[in-house]
Design a binder for this molecule. Structure first.
Ligand code: PNS
Length: 180
C-alpha cells in the first residue's frame, strides 16, 4: 500500500500549504490579538483571522467594524486575511481547508476554557490541531472585555489597543448608542 508523504516532505517540495484559523470575537481587537497575529503569521503559510458572527451577544462594535479594524492591521501581510464565520468553528475550518486553529493563552486562568474548547473541537474534527501561542507578558492581563470596561467608564485605553484605532474605540465605548 502506498504511504502518504509526511507533511514535512510535502512542505519541502512546496505542495503543502499550512493554513491556520485564528478565531475570536475581537470586540474590539487588542494589542494582545495583534501580537498573536504577528507570531502566528510567521509560523504558517496562510492565516485567516476569523471574527465570530454571534447575534446572541451584545457587542460594542459591529462585525463589519471589527473586520475593518483587523483588515487595516493585517494589510501589510499578504498571507493574512480576515473573514467572518457563523456556527461551528470546525465547519468553518473544513470550508477553508485549514489544518489548525491558533489560540492565545495569556495566563493559567485561560487554560481550562481553552483546553475544553480544543478537546471539543478535536472531537468534532479529529484532524484539526489547536496551536497555543503566548502573547508578550505585558499583554497577559489584557482582554477585549477589560478594554470595554475601562473604555466605557472613560479610562485611558492607551497601550491596550492599536494606537491607530485608539480614539475611535474610546469614542465608541463612551457612546455605545452610536453602534448602528
Ligand atoms: O475571543 P473569544 O470570544 O474567546 O473566541 C471564542 C470563539 C469564537 C473562538 C469560540 O466561541 C468559538 O469557536 N465559537 C464558535 C462555536 C463553536 O465552534 N463552538 C464549539 C467549540 S466550544
Amino acid at each position: 500500500m502506498m504511504q502518504a508523504a509526511p507533511v514535512k516532505t510535502l512542505r519541502l517540495v512546496g505542495v503543502f500549504v499550512l493554513k491556520a484559523i485564528y478565531p475570536g470575537s475581537f470586540d474590539p481587537v487588542t494589542l494582545g490579538h495583534w501580537d498573536l497575529i504577528q507570531r502566528a503569521e510567521k509560523l504558517v503559510d496562510r492565516l485567516v483571522v476569523a471574527v465570530l458572527h454571534n447575534p446572541g451577544k451584545n457587542p460594542a462594535f459591529s462585525v463589519a467594524e471589527r473586520v475593518d479594524f483587523l483588515r487595516e492591521l493585517v494589510a501589510p501581510f499578504p498571507n493574512v486575511e480576515v473573514a467572518t464565520f457563523h456556527g461551528l468553528l470546525v465547519d468553518f475550518a473544513r470550508q477553508e481547508n485549514a489544518q489548525c486553529i491558533v489560540r492565545g493563552v495569556r495566563a493559567f486562568s485561560d487554560f481550562e476554557y481553552e483546553f475544553q474548547m480544543a478537546l471539543m473541537n478535536r472531537k468534532l474534527h479529529p484532524d484539526l490541531e489547536t496551536l497555543f501561542l503566548m502573547p508578550k507578558e505585558e499583554f497577559s492581563v489584557l482582554s477585549s472585555r477589560m478594554v470595554r470596561e475601562v473604555g466605557t467608564m472613560g479610562g485611558d485605553i492607551t497601550g491596550m489597543v492599536p494606537e491607530l484605532f485608539r480614539e475611535r474605540i474610546a469614542h465608541r465605548l463612551m457612546n455605545p448608542a452610536e453602534l448602528g
